[in-house]
Design a protein around this ligand. Structure first.
Ligand code: PEP
Ligand code: MG
Length: 581
Protein backbone atom coordinates (compact mmCIF):
# COMPACT_ATOMS: atom_id res chain seq x y z
CA UNK A 1 0.00 0.00 0.00
CA UNK A 2 1.27 3.46 -0.77
CA UNK A 3 2.13 5.84 2.06
CA UNK A 4 -0.81 8.10 1.51
CA UNK A 5 -3.24 5.24 1.06
CA UNK A 6 -5.29 4.93 4.22
CA UNK A 7 -6.98 1.76 5.35
CA UNK A 8 -10.63 2.39 4.61
CA UNK A 9 -13.77 0.31 4.58
CA UNK A 10 -13.00 -0.25 0.93
CA UNK A 11 -9.66 -1.88 1.64
CA UNK A 12 -8.90 -5.52 2.33
CA UNK A 13 -5.61 -6.97 3.40
CA UNK A 14 -4.09 -10.34 2.70
CA UNK A 15 -0.70 -11.97 2.21
CA UNK A 16 1.47 -10.63 -0.60
CA UNK A 17 1.77 -13.42 -3.19
CA UNK A 18 3.27 -12.02 -6.38
CA UNK A 19 4.66 -8.49 -6.46
CA UNK A 20 3.61 -5.43 -8.41
CA UNK A 21 0.50 -3.31 -8.50
CA UNK A 22 -2.45 -3.64 -10.83
CA UNK A 23 -5.62 -1.77 -11.58
CA UNK A 24 -8.63 -3.34 -13.23
CA UNK A 25 -12.27 -4.23 -13.03
CA UNK A 26 -13.27 -6.85 -10.46
CA UNK A 27 -14.16 -10.26 -11.79
CA UNK A 28 -15.42 -13.01 -9.55
CA UNK A 29 -14.82 -16.56 -10.75
CA UNK A 30 -17.63 -18.89 -9.86
CA UNK A 31 -16.41 -22.25 -8.87
CA UNK A 32 -19.57 -23.78 -7.46
CA UNK A 33 -20.75 -27.05 -8.93
CA UNK A 34 -23.71 -26.71 -11.28
CA UNK A 35 -26.80 -28.48 -9.99
CA UNK A 36 -29.94 -28.84 -12.11
CA UNK A 37 -33.18 -30.27 -10.77
CA UNK A 38 -35.43 -32.33 -13.04
CA UNK A 39 -38.07 -30.17 -14.68
CA UNK A 40 -40.91 -31.44 -16.91
CA UNK A 41 -42.44 -29.46 -19.75
CA UNK A 42 -45.78 -29.54 -21.60
CA UNK A 43 -46.18 -30.76 -25.17
CA UNK A 44 -46.71 -27.19 -26.30
CA UNK A 45 -43.23 -26.18 -25.03
CA UNK A 46 -41.29 -28.94 -26.76
CA UNK A 47 -40.44 -26.99 -29.90
CA UNK A 48 -39.41 -23.92 -27.90
CA UNK A 49 -37.12 -25.97 -25.64
CA UNK A 50 -35.52 -27.73 -28.63
CA UNK A 51 -34.84 -24.37 -30.26
CA UNK A 52 -33.45 -23.00 -27.01
CA UNK A 53 -30.93 -25.85 -26.94
CA UNK A 54 -29.99 -25.40 -30.58
CA UNK A 55 -29.46 -21.67 -30.16
CA UNK A 56 -27.42 -22.33 -27.01
CA UNK A 57 -25.16 -24.74 -28.87
CA UNK A 58 -24.57 -22.27 -31.69
CA UNK A 59 -23.91 -19.41 -29.23
CA UNK A 60 -21.36 -21.50 -27.33
CA UNK A 61 -19.62 -22.60 -30.52
CA UNK A 62 -19.46 -18.96 -31.54
CA UNK A 63 -17.88 -18.09 -28.18
CA UNK A 64 -15.29 -20.84 -28.61
CA UNK A 65 -14.50 -19.64 -32.13
CA UNK A 66 -13.90 -16.14 -30.77
CA UNK A 67 -11.63 -17.51 -28.08
CA UNK A 68 -9.66 -19.34 -30.76
CA UNK A 69 -9.04 -16.08 -32.55
CA UNK A 70 -7.39 -14.73 -29.38
CA UNK A 71 -4.93 -17.61 -29.13
CA UNK A 72 -1.98 -18.22 -31.43
CA UNK A 73 -0.66 -21.29 -29.68
CA UNK A 74 -1.52 -24.40 -31.65
CA UNK A 75 -2.05 -26.61 -28.59
CA UNK A 76 -4.58 -24.17 -27.14
CA UNK A 77 -6.40 -23.95 -30.46
CA UNK A 78 -6.54 -27.73 -30.58
CA UNK A 79 -8.15 -27.83 -27.14
CA UNK A 80 -10.76 -25.32 -28.24
CA UNK A 81 -11.46 -27.35 -31.39
CA UNK A 82 -12.01 -30.44 -29.30
CA UNK A 83 -14.45 -28.49 -27.11
CA UNK A 84 -16.38 -27.41 -30.21
CA UNK A 85 -16.47 -31.04 -31.30
CA UNK A 86 -18.07 -32.04 -27.99
CA UNK A 87 -20.71 -29.29 -28.17
CA UNK A 88 -21.56 -30.37 -31.72
CA UNK A 89 -21.37 -34.11 -31.03
CA UNK A 90 -24.29 -35.59 -33.06
CA UNK A 91 -24.97 -38.45 -30.66
CA UNK A 92 -25.05 -36.16 -27.65
CA UNK A 93 -27.36 -33.76 -29.46
CA UNK A 94 -29.64 -36.61 -30.51
CA UNK A 95 -29.95 -37.70 -26.88
CA UNK A 96 -30.71 -34.17 -25.71
CA UNK A 97 -33.48 -33.80 -28.31
CA UNK A 98 -34.87 -37.23 -27.43
CA UNK A 99 -35.05 -36.29 -23.74
CA UNK A 100 -36.93 -33.11 -24.55
CA UNK A 101 -39.30 -34.66 -27.09
CA UNK A 102 -39.95 -38.07 -25.53
CA UNK A 103 -39.28 -37.62 -21.82
CA UNK A 104 -40.58 -34.04 -21.66
CA UNK A 105 -37.45 -32.81 -19.94
CA UNK A 106 -36.69 -29.08 -19.95
CA UNK A 107 -33.82 -28.08 -22.25
CA UNK A 108 -31.51 -27.39 -19.30
CA UNK A 109 -32.25 -30.70 -17.60
CA UNK A 110 -31.96 -32.59 -20.91
CA UNK A 111 -28.50 -31.11 -21.44
CA UNK A 112 -27.50 -31.77 -17.82
CA UNK A 113 -28.56 -35.43 -17.81
CA UNK A 114 -27.34 -36.26 -21.33
CA UNK A 115 -23.91 -34.82 -20.59
CA UNK A 116 -23.91 -36.67 -17.26
CA UNK A 117 -24.44 -40.01 -19.01
CA UNK A 118 -21.41 -39.25 -21.12
CA UNK A 119 -19.40 -38.08 -18.08
CA UNK A 120 -20.28 -41.26 -16.15
CA UNK A 121 -18.98 -43.44 -18.98
CA UNK A 122 -15.70 -41.51 -19.05
CA UNK A 123 -15.32 -41.57 -15.29
CA UNK A 124 -15.86 -45.30 -15.07
CA UNK A 125 -13.32 -46.02 -17.78
CA UNK A 126 -10.05 -47.73 -16.86
CA UNK A 127 -8.16 -45.43 -19.16
CA UNK A 128 -6.68 -42.45 -17.35
CA UNK A 129 -6.89 -40.14 -20.33
CA UNK A 130 -10.61 -40.80 -20.70
CA UNK A 131 -11.06 -40.30 -16.98
CA UNK A 132 -9.28 -36.99 -17.15
CA UNK A 133 -11.33 -35.97 -20.18
CA UNK A 134 -14.45 -35.95 -18.04
CA UNK A 135 -13.44 -32.68 -16.36
CA UNK A 136 -13.55 -30.93 -19.71
CA UNK A 137 -16.97 -32.33 -20.44
CA UNK A 138 -18.27 -31.13 -17.07
CA UNK A 139 -16.99 -27.66 -17.85
CA UNK A 140 -18.57 -27.69 -21.35
CA UNK A 141 -21.85 -28.95 -19.84
CA UNK A 142 -21.90 -26.07 -17.37
CA UNK A 143 -21.04 -23.51 -20.01
CA UNK A 144 -23.83 -24.75 -22.25
CA UNK A 145 -26.31 -24.66 -19.37
CA UNK A 146 -25.26 -21.10 -18.55
CA UNK A 147 -25.75 -20.05 -22.17
CA UNK A 148 -29.23 -21.64 -22.35
CA UNK A 149 -30.20 -20.03 -19.07
CA UNK A 150 -28.84 -16.79 -20.42
CA UNK A 151 -26.59 -16.60 -17.39
CA UNK A 152 -23.35 -16.83 -19.25
CA UNK A 153 -20.68 -15.36 -17.02
CA UNK A 154 -18.34 -13.37 -19.23
CA UNK A 155 -15.67 -15.62 -17.81
CA UNK A 156 -13.61 -15.61 -20.96
CA UNK A 157 -13.45 -11.88 -21.00
CA UNK A 158 -10.74 -11.49 -18.41
CA UNK A 159 -8.53 -8.83 -19.97
CA UNK A 160 -7.70 -6.01 -17.54
CA UNK A 161 -9.62 -7.79 -14.80
CA UNK A 162 -8.66 -8.38 -11.20
CA UNK A 163 -9.72 -11.98 -10.57
CA UNK A 164 -11.38 -12.92 -7.28
CA UNK A 165 -11.52 -16.64 -6.54
CA UNK A 166 -11.73 -18.97 -3.57
CA UNK A 167 -8.70 -20.72 -5.03
CA UNK A 168 -7.45 -21.42 -8.52
CA UNK A 169 -6.45 -24.77 -9.94
CA UNK A 170 -3.47 -24.96 -12.31
CA UNK A 171 -5.96 -25.59 -15.13
CA UNK A 172 -7.81 -22.39 -14.31
CA UNK A 173 -4.54 -20.52 -14.10
CA UNK A 174 -3.58 -21.81 -17.53
CA UNK A 175 -6.91 -20.67 -18.92
CA UNK A 176 -6.43 -17.26 -17.34
CA UNK A 177 -2.82 -17.01 -18.49
CA UNK A 178 -4.11 -16.16 -21.97
CA UNK A 179 -5.53 -12.88 -20.71
CA UNK A 180 -3.88 -9.70 -19.72
CA UNK A 181 -4.86 -9.87 -16.06
CA UNK A 182 -4.47 -6.90 -13.73
CA UNK A 183 -4.31 -9.06 -10.62
CA UNK A 184 -5.36 -12.20 -8.78
CA UNK A 185 -6.94 -12.35 -5.33
CA UNK A 186 -7.66 -15.63 -3.63
CA UNK A 187 -9.11 -16.65 -0.32
CA UNK A 188 -6.86 -19.66 0.07
CA UNK A 189 -3.31 -20.53 -0.88
CA UNK A 190 0.16 -20.18 0.57
CA UNK A 191 3.27 -18.37 -0.54
CA UNK A 192 4.69 -21.15 -2.65
CA UNK A 193 1.35 -22.56 -3.69
CA UNK A 194 1.16 -23.15 -7.38
CA UNK A 195 -1.11 -20.19 -8.01
CA UNK A 196 1.50 -17.86 -6.52
CA UNK A 197 4.37 -19.37 -8.47
CA UNK A 198 2.38 -19.15 -11.69
CA UNK A 199 1.36 -15.56 -10.94
CA UNK A 200 5.02 -14.72 -10.36
CA UNK A 201 6.10 -16.35 -13.62
CA UNK A 202 3.39 -14.54 -15.49
CA UNK A 203 4.17 -11.23 -13.75
CA UNK A 204 0.63 -10.86 -12.38
CA UNK A 205 0.25 -9.12 -8.98
CA UNK A 206 -1.35 -11.56 -6.55
CA UNK A 207 -2.64 -11.37 -2.99
CA UNK A 208 -3.69 -14.51 -1.16
CA UNK A 209 -5.59 -15.24 2.03
CA UNK A 210 -8.08 -12.41 1.40
CA UNK A 211 -11.54 -12.69 2.89
CA UNK A 212 -13.08 -10.92 -0.13
CA UNK A 213 -16.57 -12.44 -0.37
CA UNK A 214 -18.04 -10.10 2.22
CA UNK A 215 -17.18 -7.12 -0.03
CA UNK A 216 -19.18 -8.40 -3.05
CA UNK A 217 -16.52 -7.14 -5.46
CA UNK A 218 -18.96 -6.96 -8.40
CA UNK A 219 -20.47 -3.85 -6.82
CA UNK A 220 -17.36 -1.83 -7.63
CA UNK A 221 -15.99 -0.45 -10.87
CA UNK A 222 -12.29 -0.79 -10.23
CA UNK A 223 -9.93 -2.56 -7.89
CA UNK A 224 -6.36 -1.65 -7.13
CA UNK A 225 -4.19 -4.53 -6.00
CA UNK A 226 -0.79 -4.20 -4.44
CA UNK A 227 0.99 -7.55 -4.53
CA UNK A 228 3.99 -6.22 -2.61
CA UNK A 229 2.12 -5.30 0.53
CA UNK A 230 -0.96 -7.48 0.12
CA UNK A 231 -3.65 -4.82 -0.16
CA UNK A 232 -6.82 -4.73 -2.22
CA UNK A 233 -8.60 -1.39 -2.64
CA UNK A 234 -12.02 -0.96 -4.22
CA UNK A 235 -12.85 2.14 -6.28
CA UNK A 236 -9.67 4.09 -5.45
CA UNK A 237 -9.77 7.91 -5.29
CA UNK A 238 -8.59 10.18 -8.13
CA UNK A 239 -5.46 10.90 -6.12
CA UNK A 240 -4.61 7.22 -5.88
CA UNK A 241 -5.33 6.67 -9.55
CA UNK A 242 -2.89 9.42 -10.38
CA UNK A 243 -0.34 7.91 -8.04
CA UNK A 244 -0.84 4.58 -9.83
CA UNK A 245 0.04 6.21 -13.16
CA UNK A 246 3.25 7.55 -11.63
CA UNK A 247 4.00 4.11 -10.22
CA UNK A 248 3.61 2.57 -13.69
CA UNK A 249 6.06 5.07 -15.12
CA UNK A 250 8.57 4.38 -12.31
CA UNK A 251 8.22 0.65 -12.95
CA UNK A 252 8.82 1.10 -16.64
CA UNK A 253 12.05 2.99 -15.93
CA UNK A 254 13.16 0.47 -13.27
CA UNK A 255 12.56 -2.38 -15.68
CA UNK A 256 14.61 -0.66 -18.33
CA UNK A 257 17.54 -0.33 -15.92
CA UNK A 258 17.16 -3.85 -14.51
CA UNK A 259 17.08 -5.35 -17.97
CA UNK A 260 20.47 -3.83 -18.67
CA UNK A 261 21.88 -6.26 -16.11
CA UNK A 262 20.50 -9.11 -18.14
CA UNK A 263 23.12 -8.75 -20.83
CA UNK A 264 26.06 -8.38 -18.41
CA UNK A 265 28.40 -11.37 -17.93
CA UNK A 266 27.43 -13.45 -14.89
CA UNK A 267 30.45 -12.69 -12.71
CA UNK A 268 30.79 -11.25 -9.24
CA UNK A 269 32.58 -7.92 -8.87
CA UNK A 270 35.79 -9.87 -8.15
CA UNK A 271 35.36 -12.03 -11.25
CA UNK A 272 33.93 -15.26 -9.85
CA UNK A 273 31.56 -16.72 -12.48
CA UNK A 274 28.09 -17.98 -11.59
CA UNK A 275 25.19 -19.31 -13.62
CA UNK A 276 21.61 -18.10 -13.67
CA UNK A 277 18.95 -20.10 -15.44
CA UNK A 278 15.23 -19.69 -15.88
CA UNK A 279 12.34 -21.67 -14.40
CA UNK A 280 9.79 -22.20 -17.15
CA UNK A 281 6.19 -23.40 -17.07
CA UNK A 282 4.61 -21.98 -20.21
CA UNK A 283 5.79 -21.66 -23.78
CA UNK A 284 4.71 -18.03 -23.57
CA UNK A 285 7.52 -17.37 -21.06
CA UNK A 286 10.28 -18.54 -23.41
CA UNK A 287 11.13 -15.17 -25.01
CA UNK A 288 12.05 -13.91 -21.52
CA UNK A 289 14.97 -16.35 -21.36
CA UNK A 290 16.86 -14.19 -23.81
CA UNK A 291 15.60 -10.77 -22.72
CA UNK A 292 16.23 -11.42 -19.00
CA UNK A 293 19.63 -13.04 -19.42
CA UNK A 294 18.98 -16.69 -18.51
CA UNK A 295 21.59 -19.29 -19.45
CA UNK A 296 19.06 -21.90 -20.46
CA UNK A 297 16.41 -23.54 -18.33
CA UNK A 298 17.28 -24.87 -14.88
CA UNK A 299 13.77 -26.16 -14.25
CA UNK A 300 11.20 -26.95 -16.90
CA UNK A 301 7.98 -27.70 -15.03
CA UNK A 302 6.14 -30.04 -17.39
CA UNK A 303 2.96 -30.70 -15.42
CA UNK A 304 1.17 -27.50 -16.42
CA UNK A 305 1.45 -28.53 -20.07
CA UNK A 306 0.27 -32.01 -19.16
CA UNK A 307 -2.91 -30.51 -17.71
CA UNK A 308 -3.43 -28.02 -20.51
CA UNK A 309 -3.03 -30.51 -23.34
CA UNK A 310 -5.12 -33.55 -22.63
CA UNK A 311 -3.37 -35.57 -25.34
CA UNK A 312 0.13 -34.71 -24.24
CA UNK A 313 1.51 -37.71 -26.05
CA UNK A 314 5.13 -38.36 -27.01
CA UNK A 315 4.99 -36.23 -30.18
CA UNK A 316 3.37 -33.29 -28.40
CA UNK A 317 6.02 -33.51 -25.69
CA UNK A 318 8.84 -33.69 -28.21
CA UNK A 319 7.51 -30.54 -29.82
CA UNK A 320 7.29 -28.67 -26.52
CA UNK A 321 10.74 -29.74 -25.29
CA UNK A 322 12.24 -28.88 -28.67
CA UNK A 323 10.65 -25.45 -28.52
CA UNK A 324 12.17 -24.89 -25.06
CA UNK A 325 15.61 -26.10 -26.17
CA UNK A 326 15.50 -23.85 -29.23
CA UNK A 327 14.61 -20.85 -27.07
CA UNK A 328 17.55 -21.72 -24.80
CA UNK A 329 19.86 -21.06 -27.70
CA UNK A 330 22.50 -23.70 -27.06
CA UNK A 331 22.32 -23.55 -23.24
CA UNK A 332 21.25 -26.59 -21.18
CA UNK A 333 17.63 -27.44 -20.43
CA UNK A 334 16.71 -29.41 -17.32
CA UNK A 335 13.41 -31.16 -17.97
CA UNK A 336 11.66 -32.18 -14.80
CA UNK A 337 9.53 -35.29 -14.94
CA UNK A 338 5.83 -34.68 -14.28
CA UNK A 339 5.44 -33.48 -10.70
CA UNK A 340 1.67 -33.83 -10.53
CA UNK A 341 0.14 -33.96 -7.05
CA UNK A 342 0.34 -31.65 -4.04
CA UNK A 343 -1.32 -28.47 -5.31
CA UNK A 344 -0.43 -29.24 -8.92
CA UNK A 345 -3.50 -31.26 -9.70
CA UNK A 346 -5.69 -31.69 -12.71
CA UNK A 347 -9.19 -30.56 -11.67
CA UNK A 348 -10.50 -34.11 -11.53
CA UNK A 349 -7.65 -35.55 -9.46
CA UNK A 350 -8.79 -37.87 -6.74
CA UNK A 351 -8.76 -35.91 -3.45
CA UNK A 352 -6.30 -37.05 -0.80
CA UNK A 353 -6.31 -36.08 2.87
CA UNK A 354 -2.71 -34.91 2.77
CA UNK A 355 -1.92 -34.27 -0.89
CA UNK A 356 1.51 -32.78 -0.19
CA UNK A 357 2.43 -35.95 1.67
CA UNK A 358 0.71 -38.09 -0.87
CA UNK A 359 0.76 -39.46 -4.36
CA UNK A 360 2.97 -36.93 -5.99
CA UNK A 361 5.90 -36.60 -8.42
CA UNK A 362 8.00 -39.72 -8.80
CA UNK A 363 5.59 -41.70 -6.59
CA UNK A 364 2.83 -41.25 -9.10
CA UNK A 365 5.12 -41.83 -12.08
CA UNK A 366 6.44 -45.13 -10.74
CA UNK A 367 2.85 -46.23 -10.27
CA UNK A 368 2.06 -45.16 -13.84
CA UNK A 369 5.17 -46.41 -15.64
CA UNK A 370 3.60 -45.91 -19.07
CA UNK A 371 3.34 -42.19 -18.46
CA UNK A 372 6.96 -42.17 -17.29
CA UNK A 373 8.09 -44.23 -20.30
CA UNK A 374 6.37 -41.80 -22.66
CA UNK A 375 8.03 -38.84 -21.03
CA UNK A 376 11.44 -40.50 -21.07
CA UNK A 377 11.01 -41.35 -24.74
CA UNK A 378 10.13 -37.76 -25.60
CA UNK A 379 13.09 -36.37 -23.63
CA UNK A 380 15.49 -38.90 -25.13
CA UNK A 381 14.33 -38.15 -28.66
CA UNK A 382 14.93 -34.43 -28.12
CA UNK A 383 18.33 -35.15 -26.54
CA UNK A 384 19.57 -36.33 -29.95
CA UNK A 385 18.73 -32.97 -31.49
CA UNK A 386 20.53 -30.92 -28.82
CA UNK A 387 23.60 -32.99 -27.95
CA UNK A 388 24.75 -32.62 -24.36
CA UNK A 389 22.11 -30.00 -23.57
CA UNK A 390 19.16 -31.98 -22.25
CA UNK A 391 19.00 -33.25 -18.66
CA UNK A 392 16.36 -35.21 -16.77
CA UNK A 393 15.30 -34.20 -13.26
CA UNK A 394 13.19 -36.45 -11.02
CA UNK A 395 10.90 -34.72 -8.49
CA UNK A 396 9.87 -35.74 -4.97
CA UNK A 397 12.52 -38.41 -4.51
CA UNK A 398 12.49 -39.59 -0.91
CA UNK A 399 14.10 -43.01 -1.22
CA UNK A 400 17.20 -44.44 -2.86
CA UNK A 401 15.02 -47.22 -4.29
CA UNK A 402 13.03 -44.64 -6.23
CA UNK A 403 16.25 -43.52 -7.93
CA UNK A 404 17.08 -47.13 -8.83
CA UNK A 405 13.63 -47.83 -10.21
CA UNK A 406 13.46 -44.55 -12.19
CA UNK A 407 16.84 -45.29 -13.74
CA UNK A 408 15.87 -48.89 -14.48
CA UNK A 409 12.84 -47.69 -16.45
CA UNK A 410 15.01 -45.10 -18.21
CA UNK A 411 17.41 -47.88 -19.29
CA UNK A 412 14.51 -49.95 -20.48
CA UNK A 413 13.26 -47.08 -22.68
CA UNK A 414 16.79 -46.49 -23.99
CA UNK A 415 17.04 -50.13 -24.99
CA UNK A 416 13.72 -50.04 -26.78
CA UNK A 417 14.73 -46.92 -28.70
CA UNK A 418 18.04 -48.52 -29.62
CA UNK A 419 16.27 -51.61 -30.95
CA UNK A 420 14.04 -49.34 -33.02
CA UNK A 421 16.99 -47.32 -34.32
CA UNK A 422 15.83 -44.11 -32.70
CA UNK A 423 18.78 -41.91 -31.87
CA UNK A 424 19.29 -40.24 -28.48
CA UNK A 425 22.07 -39.14 -26.18
CA UNK A 426 23.07 -42.23 -24.25
CA UNK A 427 24.70 -40.13 -21.57
CA UNK A 428 21.72 -37.89 -20.89
CA UNK A 429 22.31 -36.74 -17.27
CA UNK A 430 19.80 -37.93 -14.69
CA UNK A 431 19.46 -35.77 -11.58
CA UNK A 432 17.13 -35.54 -8.62
CA UNK A 433 15.35 -32.77 -6.78
CA UNK A 434 16.53 -32.45 -3.20
CA UNK A 435 13.25 -31.34 -1.69
CA UNK A 436 12.45 -34.04 0.85
CA UNK A 437 14.57 -33.95 4.02
CA UNK A 438 14.90 -37.75 4.00
CA UNK A 439 16.88 -37.73 0.76
CA UNK A 440 18.84 -34.62 1.75
CA UNK A 441 20.13 -36.58 4.75
CA UNK A 442 21.04 -39.46 2.44
CA UNK A 443 22.68 -37.15 -0.12
CA UNK A 444 26.04 -39.02 -0.03
CA UNK A 445 24.38 -42.26 -1.05
CA UNK A 446 22.16 -40.54 -3.62
CA UNK A 447 25.13 -38.69 -5.13
CA UNK A 448 26.71 -41.99 -6.11
CA UNK A 449 23.69 -42.85 -8.23
CA UNK A 450 22.79 -39.62 -9.98
CA UNK A 451 24.49 -37.00 -12.14
CA UNK A 452 23.34 -33.84 -10.39
CA UNK A 453 21.26 -32.37 -7.57
CA UNK A 454 18.76 -29.55 -7.79
CA UNK A 455 17.51 -28.16 -4.49
CA UNK A 456 13.80 -27.45 -4.39
CA UNK A 457 13.55 -25.01 -1.51
CA UNK A 458 9.77 -24.58 -1.85
CA UNK A 459 9.08 -28.14 -0.82
CA UNK A 460 12.17 -28.57 1.30
CA UNK A 461 10.87 -25.73 3.49
CA UNK A 462 7.41 -27.21 3.89
CA UNK A 463 8.71 -30.69 4.64
CA UNK A 464 11.50 -29.54 6.98
CA UNK A 465 9.22 -27.27 9.00
CA UNK A 466 6.00 -29.30 8.68
CA UNK A 467 4.23 -26.26 7.25
CA UNK A 468 1.86 -26.81 4.32
CA UNK A 469 3.09 -24.38 1.67
CA UNK A 470 -0.48 -23.77 0.53
CA UNK A 471 -2.10 -23.07 3.90
CA UNK A 472 -2.64 -19.36 4.49
CA UNK A 473 -3.37 -19.92 8.21
CA UNK A 474 0.20 -20.90 8.92
CA UNK A 475 1.94 -18.91 6.21
CA UNK A 476 3.98 -16.96 8.77
CA UNK A 477 5.57 -20.24 9.82
CA UNK A 478 6.62 -20.93 6.24
CA UNK A 479 10.16 -19.61 6.60
CA UNK A 480 12.55 -20.60 3.80
CA UNK A 481 15.29 -18.68 5.64
CA UNK A 482 14.85 -20.72 8.83
CA UNK A 483 18.31 -21.73 10.15
CA UNK A 484 17.50 -25.42 9.67
CA UNK A 485 16.98 -24.87 5.94
CA UNK A 486 20.33 -23.14 5.52
CA UNK A 487 22.00 -25.92 7.48
CA UNK A 488 20.53 -28.76 5.50
CA UNK A 489 21.33 -27.00 2.23
CA UNK A 490 24.92 -26.47 3.37
CA UNK A 491 25.23 -30.16 4.17
CA UNK A 492 24.03 -31.08 0.66
CA UNK A 493 26.43 -28.57 -0.92
CA UNK A 494 29.26 -30.18 1.08
CA UNK A 495 28.26 -33.62 -0.20
CA UNK A 496 28.12 -32.41 -3.78
CA UNK A 497 31.63 -30.96 -3.44
CA UNK A 498 32.95 -34.17 -1.93
CA UNK A 499 31.24 -36.40 -4.47
CA UNK A 500 32.00 -33.94 -7.26
CA UNK A 501 28.52 -33.70 -8.66
CA UNK A 502 26.93 -30.46 -9.89
CA UNK A 503 24.36 -28.81 -7.65
CA UNK A 504 21.90 -26.02 -8.25
CA UNK A 505 18.93 -24.38 -6.51
CA UNK A 506 15.67 -24.09 -8.43
CA UNK A 507 13.26 -23.21 -5.60
CA UNK A 508 11.97 -19.69 -5.06
CA UNK A 509 14.72 -18.88 -2.56
CA UNK A 510 17.07 -18.47 -5.52
CA UNK A 511 14.92 -15.57 -6.77
CA UNK A 512 15.60 -13.53 -3.62
CA UNK A 513 18.78 -11.50 -4.32
CA UNK A 514 19.94 -11.74 -0.69
CA UNK A 515 19.44 -15.47 -0.45
CA UNK A 516 21.11 -15.86 -3.85
CA UNK A 517 24.10 -13.95 -2.47
CA UNK A 518 24.16 -16.31 0.52
CA UNK A 519 24.09 -19.37 -1.78
CA UNK A 520 27.15 -18.07 -3.60
CA UNK A 521 28.86 -17.56 -0.25
CA UNK A 522 28.00 -21.15 0.69
CA UNK A 523 29.73 -22.45 -2.44
CA UNK A 524 26.71 -22.98 -4.69
CA UNK A 525 26.86 -20.95 -7.86
CA UNK A 526 24.17 -22.34 -10.14
CA UNK A 527 20.74 -20.78 -9.57
CA UNK A 528 17.47 -21.16 -11.42
CA UNK A 529 14.51 -18.85 -10.91
CA UNK A 530 11.47 -17.22 -12.48
CA UNK A 531 12.91 -15.28 -15.38
CA UNK A 532 11.45 -11.98 -14.22
CA UNK A 533 13.61 -12.15 -11.04
CA UNK A 534 16.89 -12.64 -12.93
CA UNK A 535 17.91 -8.98 -13.50
CA UNK A 536 17.44 -8.02 -9.83
CA UNK A 537 19.40 -11.07 -8.63
CA UNK A 538 22.13 -10.43 -11.16
CA UNK A 539 22.42 -6.79 -10.17
CA UNK A 540 23.27 -7.81 -6.58
CA UNK A 541 25.56 -10.71 -7.48
CA UNK A 542 27.51 -8.73 -10.07
CA UNK A 543 28.08 -5.69 -7.88
CA UNK A 544 29.67 -7.42 -4.88
CA UNK A 545 32.68 -9.59 -4.15
CA UNK A 546 32.58 -13.26 -3.31
CA UNK A 547 34.23 -12.53 0.05
CA UNK A 548 31.21 -10.39 1.00
CA UNK A 549 28.88 -13.29 0.19
CA UNK A 550 31.09 -15.64 2.18
CA UNK A 551 30.95 -13.47 5.26
CA UNK A 552 27.14 -13.24 4.87
CA UNK A 553 26.96 -17.05 4.64
CA UNK A 554 29.20 -17.35 7.69
CA UNK A 555 26.89 -15.11 9.73
CA UNK A 556 23.80 -17.00 8.60
CA UNK A 557 25.43 -20.34 9.47
CA UNK A 558 25.90 -19.13 13.04
CA UNK A 559 22.26 -18.05 13.53
CA UNK A 560 20.07 -20.07 15.86
CA UNK A 561 16.68 -18.48 15.19
CA UNK A 562 14.69 -17.23 12.27
CA UNK A 563 14.69 -13.71 13.74
CA UNK A 564 18.47 -13.74 13.86
CA UNK A 565 18.64 -14.78 10.21
CA UNK A 566 16.16 -12.06 9.29
CA UNK A 567 18.13 -9.36 11.06
CA UNK A 568 21.35 -10.49 9.34
CA UNK A 569 19.63 -10.10 5.96
CA UNK A 570 18.03 -6.79 6.95
CA UNK A 571 21.40 -5.42 7.95
CA UNK A 572 22.90 -6.71 4.74
CA UNK A 573 20.11 -5.23 2.64
CA UNK A 574 21.00 -1.77 3.94
CA UNK A 575 24.63 -2.10 2.86
CA UNK A 576 23.87 -3.19 -0.69
CA UNK A 577 25.53 -1.12 -3.32
CA UNK A 578 24.55 -1.37 -6.94
CA UNK A 579 27.14 -0.53 -9.49
CA UNK A 580 25.81 1.54 -12.34
CA UNK A 581 25.32 -0.51 -15.47
C1 PEP B 1 10.53 -26.71 -5.18
O1 PEP B 1 9.87 -27.50 -4.50
O2 PEP B 1 11.31 -25.88 -4.68
C2 PEP B 1 10.39 -26.69 -6.64
C3 PEP B 1 11.20 -25.98 -7.39
O3 PEP B 1 9.40 -27.42 -7.19
P1 PEP B 1 7.84 -27.00 -7.21
O4 PEP B 1 7.74 -25.60 -6.69
O5 PEP B 1 7.42 -27.14 -8.62
O6 PEP B 1 7.25 -28.02 -6.31
MG1 MG C 1 8.89 -29.14 -5.45
Amino acid sequence: MTNNQKLTDRTLLGTPGAGGRGLGRPKVLHTEETVVRPEKIDDSDIQKEVELTERGIEALVHEFENLKKLNDESDVREIIDSQIEVVRDPELNRRIRKRIKEDHDSSVYAVFSSFNDYINVLESSDTDWLNERSIDIVSIRDQLIDVIRNQRPDELNADNAVIFAAELSPTEMIRLSHYNLAGIITEKGGLTSHVVILAQSLGIPCVIGVDWKKMHPQRFHTVMIDGDVGSVLFDPTEELLEEFEQYKERQRRKKEIALKWASKPSKTNCGKPFTIRGNIEFASELPKLATHGASGVGLLRTETVLFETKDFDVDAQVQFYRQVAEASDGAPVVIRLFDAGGDKLPDNHEKEDNPFLGWRGIRMLLDKPDLLRQQYEAILRVSAEFPGKIKILAPMISQIEEIDESKRILDEVKQRLQTNDVSFNEEVPFGIMIEVPGIAVMASEAAKKVDFFSIGTNDLTQYMLAVDRGNSKISKLYQPAHPSIWRIIQSVIDVSEKEEIPISVCGEMAANPLYAACFLGMGLNDLSMTTSSIPAVKSVLCSHNLSQFQSLAGEVAGAATYQQVESIFNKWQKTLSHKQV
